[in-house]
Design a protein around this ligand. Structure first.
Ligand code: NAD
Length: 492
């Protein structure tokens, strides 16, 4: 047993809401399971209309009277930096809570999810006093000001796949801009965010400014997005739910939305790549990370015919050695599927593709494990763009392989009728890379790499059905501000 390995039965579960700076218990009604062993961890309470209303009104009142919005903005930055330091100080505890119910192994939550959350808080904290607005160029006897102001309360909804990281990308830009926040985490991954909220209070965030309400989408999520006091909504999750949220925002506002939604991201590989082995590594990591349960999963390989055999042979070899393991064990590297339901949906999609003529270069298999569902990576060839496995977000460790003759065919195969989240282009020809960058309808294009950098400066977000607006970068903070135009004459 190494230092990282822990006994999940000894971890106290914060299965509560967090309102007014305190945990708030309620009748447990939603079962929460550990994905790697399928064990029932607890029952979670569900916030109905009354509690959501209380949390939102409180956030509004505290936002208005605590001085959070009106203080010298650097003070907000100082509080947030203290919060980041506390997150680093509590890495063991937060990493365990994250590994308990999400799909993230303890080695990864310790090395990446928690430190990355802390560093993200620091990144956004630096914007506290950097985005005040503008002086407008107008006639010289007038003063034109564009004042950046917070919305008041931001309603935030997070998914289950990276609960701390995704949650903090919603909460922190909203707070640094001077807003209050009410967050609903996924009902499958409710714990780590409660400790994050407690650390906020310790850092100096006023009690009640940031509240967490637990519950399902149709009950708690719906009450939050429709609340008249939420001035803006920020959501990360599936495209289907994003559409529902946008409808609710229109009907209950209208109010603006940031939507970070699903993807079906292509990886185009041209035959001029120099290091086939390195590209094969990149492709495998991009569709097996978190067992494919990543919005930007590089799930569609589009490879030039002349290099297909050499590349795919290496990808197949590298996609073999994946082992199931309990998330609380330090040696575990591969993620389980979040739920039985999600695993069955993945299997159904693969089965349908095979029925329709696809062939499995590497078949999908259930791996023997500690009780949850682990699916081995699957590679499908002889696929068509009409197949669900190619069209829809599978959200599992599945790669489809299509081939092309020339650049025009590659770009045509890469384009997707719905999604436009991310794309990868692998070539040493700069002109070819830039033509692809210009052509691809995607919010992010990676050239000769696949995945975000470890800083936070580059915004992330989708085109088309993959979303509206950006998380990360300066743009994420700006999205939590609205702009008041002021025109002053010098005499009256
Ligand atoms: P989901 O849409 O099922 O749920 C996301 C959140 O929305 C959960 O908290 C859920 O309870 C809530 N919700 C569900 N219905 C709701 C409703 N009617 N009203 C209000 N809230 C509602 O998504 P998921 O399964 O949790 O997450 C996986 C999805 O998230 C994938 O599609 C993935 O691509 C996407 N995702 C996108 C990004 C990105 O940055 N673009 C990042 C991570 C995940």
């Amino acid at each position: 047993m190494t230092a990282l390995t822990f006994d999940p039965r000894l971890v106290a579960l914060p299965n509560t809401h967090f309102v007014d700076g305190k945990r708030l218990t309620g009748e447990g009604v939603i079962p929460v399971y550990g994905p790697s062993d399928g064990r029932l961890l607890c029952h979670l309470p569900e916030a109905g209309d009354a509690l959501v209303d209380h949390a939102v009104r409180l956030a509004r009142d505290v936002q208005m009277r605590s001085g959070w919005a009106s203080c010298a903005p650097r003070e907000r930055g100082r509080v947030l930096r203290r919060w980041a330091d506390l997150v680093d100080d509590h890495v063991v505890e937060l990493a365990r809570l994250e590994a308990l119910c999400s799909t993230r192994p303890i080695a990864e939550t310790t090395a990446w999810d928690v430190p990355f959350t802390a560093e993200g808080i620091r990144f956004f904290a630096e914007y506290a006093d950097k985005l005040g607005g503008d002086v407008a160029a107008t006639q010289s006897d007038l003063l034109g000001l564009v004042l950046a102001e917070p919305y008041g309360v931001i309603g935030a909804i997070a998914p289950w796949n990276f609960p701390l990281v995704m949650g903090s990308w919603k909460i922190i830009p909203a707070l640094v801009a001077g807003n209050g926040v009410v967050l609903k985490p996924s009902e499958m991954t409710p714990f780590s965010i409660i400790r994050l909220a407690e650390l906020a209070i310790e850092a100096g965030v006023p009690a009640g400014l940031f509240n967490v309400v637990q519950g399902t989408g149709p009950i708690t999520g719906n009450a939050l997005v429709r609340h008249p006091i939420c001035g803006k909504l920020t959501f990360t999750g599936s495209t289907r739910t994003g559409i529902e949220i946008m409808k609710a925002a229109a009907e209950s506002g209208p109010k603006p939305v940031t939507l970070e939604l699903g993807g079906k991201s292509p990886q185009i590989v041209f035959d001029d790549i120099r290091n086939v082995d390195a590209v094969a590594d990149r492709i495998v990591r991009a569709f097996t990370g978190n067992a494919g349960q990543v919005c930007v999963s590089g799930s569609r390989l589009i490879v030039q015919k002349t290099i297909h055999d050499a590349l795919v042979e290496k990808i197949i070899a590298k996609a073999q050695d994946f082992r199931a393991g309990a998330l609380e064990h330090a040696a575990t590297r591969y993620s389980p599927i979040i739920s039985q339901r999600q695993a069955s949906a993945i299997e159904t999609t693969i089965h349908a593709a095979l029925q329709e003529g696809a062939s499995a270069l590497v078949p999908l298999k259930r791996l023997d494990g500690p009780g949850g569902v682990f699916l081995s990576p699957c590679i499908l060839s002889r696929v068509t763009p009409q197949m669900q496995a190619v069209k829809d977000e599978v959200f599992g460790p599945v790669l489809t392989v299509q081939t092309f003759e020339d650049e025009a065919e590659a770009l045509s195969l890469a384009s997707h009728g719905t999604y436009g989240l991310a794309a990868g282009v692998h070539t040493v020809d700069l002109g070819r890379a830039m033509r692809a960058v210009r052509h691809l309808k995607a919010g992010t294009v990676w050239v000769n790499r696949y995945g975000r950098s470890s800083d936070f400066v580059i915004p992330t977000g989708g085109y088309g059905g993959s979303g509206i607006g950006k998380d990360l970068g300066r743009q994420a903070v700006e999205a939590n501000l609205r702009y008041k135009s002021v025109l002053m004459a010098f005499e009256s």
